[in-house]
Design a binder for this molecule. Structure first.
Ligand SMILES: [Zn+2]
Length: 213
């Protein structure tokens, strides 16, 4: 299984778990949990998948560097962002509150979809808690992995630069962002969109030496 596949699996599982929790809430039976309990449970579940994604990214980079350096390179032991649970709880509470407000409106106005910054909740046209929770739960681990990869690349003494490795079937935006395989400075910002699975391919000192010989 490739790293891409592994990450996609974590994202899928994160979505499935979040939607299962949401389904119990939306069933609105007497035993259904409250809005805040539901938001907290979804946030906790997504944060767990974020932690798995961070671990995968850390291991993946260590594997790449092991091959490149020709000696074993250990993962850095990166941890997910500390504020994940409160941030995710607030995001899910917003989704659930907006959805129940919408349910009271007979004919909701459908607004044009604005561009959404990574980490934010969905655009207005997806004012549906199922779609929005799915989107959040799926994109979060991918973003956590990408962020961890950036940290690992920046922290590694071996890495001097990176190139954008396009995910299979990458969109035109990502193809443009790769700039034809350009080498970016190791701490350069990595452009990505919601659900993007492109990664950084590290260039090491050893790679540079090999190029010269
Ligand atoms: Zn893309």
């Amino acid at each position: 299984m490739t790293y891409d596949d592994e990450l996609t699996e974590v994202a899928d599982q994160s979505s499935a778990d979040a939607l299962a929790i949401l389904a119990v809430y939306l069933a609105a039976t007497e035993t259904s949990p409250s809005t805040s309990e539901t938001a907290a449970a979804i946030a906790f579940s997504v944060a767990l998948h974020n932690a798995t994604a961070v671990k995968l990214a850390d291991l993946h980079l260590a594997d790449l560097l092991t091959v490149s350096a020709g000696r074993s390179v250990l993962p850095l032991g990166l941890a997910p962002s500390e504020g994940d649970i409160p941030r995710l709880t607030a995001a899910v509470e917003t989704i659930l509150a907006e959805d129940s407000a919408l349910a009271r409106e007979p004919e909701p106005a459908i607004a044009a979809a604005p561009e959404v910054a990574p980490g934010n909740v969905a655009p207005q046209h997806e004012r549906n808690s199922l779609q929005r929770v799915d989107r959040l739960a799926r994109s979060e681990p991918l973003e956590a992995a990408s962020h961890a990869e950036g940290q690992a690349v920046a922290l590694s003494d071996l890495v001097v630069a990176w190139t954008r490795v396009l995910s299979p079937g990458a969109c035109t935006k990502c193809v443009a962002w790769a700039e034809g395989g350009r080498e970016f400075p190791k701490k350069a910002a990595f452009k990505r969109h919601h659900g993007c699975t492109c990664t950084r391919g590290p260039i090491t000192k050893e790679d540079r030496l090999a190029e010269r010989n």
